[in-house]
Ligand binder design. Structure first.
Ligand SMILES: [Zn+2]
Length: 467
């Protein structure tokens, strides 16, 4: 997880409030609030965090399962949500997973089970049908004059903040018939998703145990906690019959005792250590690895927490020790680059990010953007051509990385190319939905760009279609 970069000003739906601020400058290169709500905070939004290491691991968890589900894995996006509660949900072609679910899961199989269940929803087209059902339910309720708890449930499931707000305003109204039919509909969808998940896990030779562990944990916490209902229970209701079904599926599975590959377990622990360090600091890492304080993951978490607590020099020594043990781990080099930037050791930071890019088999645009940033931050004019290449390559695969536009603009400015620096700012604001600023920069760029050049054409486009 890279450092927070100041967001582009005035971009809509972007917030740095709440948890993200509390955990400080730690998490996220890109912090965007999507226009969609989780059940727990139906009227609010979802804070997305980005991290190459976590994203690559989740992708590796998901790919076989999505394939077994008949879904094109490259079309399904996996989104990491900055939230310490246990939750996962789907929206269109996206699977959202909370950071809290990742730290709570002691083995990869638990998360793979969650992904398999969500893939079951996607493959079953539940979400689309759910939306239609909700629309129908809402119409029914309005006709009956009983818009109440049913609408809240509807809004929550759909992740539709408008619906949830409408329900919330009328919370005192009596529950409707529509609500009951909606809930029974959801129950069948959940059991359907469980059965589908079991099929995908069997097809990929993986255990159902993790899924069972996860759901049992919630059924217990529900009966014990009383009022403290976890959001996962709201989005995935868990009647006794559902547990019974899971147990039966588990009994039938010949892979019940299958274990996660050792290498995956090791990466899982590194991921949990990183999230714990970012969200709870050194004490959270120590708690998580209380039984294994000298493990690689515990020391990784400790190195990150040390840096976040302000002691980058000590963090660097700890990271160097880790790199001696695992010289080919791209994320150790990536984090080393971040630490070196803080220590203002530009040439070494560039070297570290270069190494990370070289070792990263996925060629994550996030790491390339950080390499680009390190090159820009060096202030060396000779580094700008490469900075421009890296940032352009990164934006090509991820045009929503707003901070990368700012670095790219700075790179052009440092070469004296003001026209392109302004055009890139226009592009960044345009993508971020800030039409007003986009037009200001596009107009400035247009005055300097050669008429008819591709840049001038783009600036003109932004001026005419900018909102
Ligand atoms: Zn579900």
């Amino acid at each position: 997880m890279t450092q927070t970069d100041a967001p582009m000003p005035n971009r809509p739906r972007a917030r740095s409030a709440g948890l993200a601020r509390r955990i400080g400058a730690a998490l996220t290169a890109v912090l965007v609030t999507l226009p969609l709500a989780v059940p727990a905070r139906a009227a609010g939004g979802v804070q997305v965090v980005r991290d190459a290491e976590v994203e690559t691991l989740l992708r590796d968890y998901a790919t076989p399962v999505l394939k077994a589900a008949g879904l094109k894995s490259n079309r399904v996006q996996i989104v990491l949500v900055n939230d310490q509660s246990f939750n996962a949900f789907v929206d269109g072609q996206r699977i959202f997973i909370n950071t809290g679910a990742l730290t709570a899961a002691s083995v990869p199989n638990e998360i793979i089970g969650v992904i398999a269940h969500e893939a079951g929803h996607l493959a079953g087209g539940h979400q689309q049908r759910l939306r239609e059902q909700i629309a129908a339910a809402r119409t029914l309720a309005i006709v009956g004059g009983l818009l109440g708890a049913g609408a809240i449930a509807a809004g929550s499931i759909a992740g539709n903040s408008g619906g949830a707000q409408a329900g919330g305003a009328l919370i005192t109204a009596a529950p409707s018939v529509a609500q009951r039919s909606l809930l029974s509909y959801r129950r069948s969808e959940e059991m359907n998703a469980d059965q589908a998940a079991a099929r995908y896990l069997n097809a990929t030779g993986q255990s159902i145990r993790g899924m069972l562990t996860t759901f049992e944990r919630f059924s217990q916490s529900l009966s014990l906690a009383g009022v403290q209902v976890d959001p996962y229970q709201i989005s995935h209701p868990l009647p006794r019959e559902r547990i019974a079904l899971l147990e039966e599926l588990a009994r039938k599975s010949k892979y019940f005792d299958a274990q996660d590959p050792k290498q995956l377990v090791a990466r899982h622990n590194l991921m949990r250590a990183k999230i714990a360090a970012y969200t709870g600091g050194a004490s959270a890492v120590a708690r998580l690895f209380a039984n294994d304080r000298t493990s690689l993951a515990a020391r990784y978490g400790d190195a990150i927490a040390t840096d976040l607590s302000g002691n980058s020099t000590a963090a660097l020594q700890k990271l160097d020790a880790l790199i001696r043990e695992q010289p080919n781990n791209p994320y150790f080099h990536e984090f080393r680059g971040e630490v070196l930037i803080k220590l203002r050791k530009s040439p070494e930071a560039i070297k570290a990010f270069n190494q990370a890019v070289k070792l990263d088999r996925t060629k994550s645009p996030l790491i390339r953007a950080r390499l680009g940033f390190a090159l820009v931050a060096s202030g060396e004019r000779a580094n700008m051509a490469k900075a421009i290449d890296e940032l352009r390559a990164s934006l090509q695969s991820e045009p929503e990385n707003y901070s990368a536009y700012r670095y790219l603009s700075q790179a052009y400015a440092q070469t004296g190319d003001v026209a392109n620096a302004e055009l890139i700012m226009a592009e960044g604001y345009f993508r971020a939905g800030n039409g007003r600023e986009a037009k200001v920069f596009a107009a400035r760029a247009l005055q300097k760009l050669p008429p008819g050049s591709p840049g001038a054409v783009r600036a003109n486009d932004i001026l005419t279609i900018g909102k």
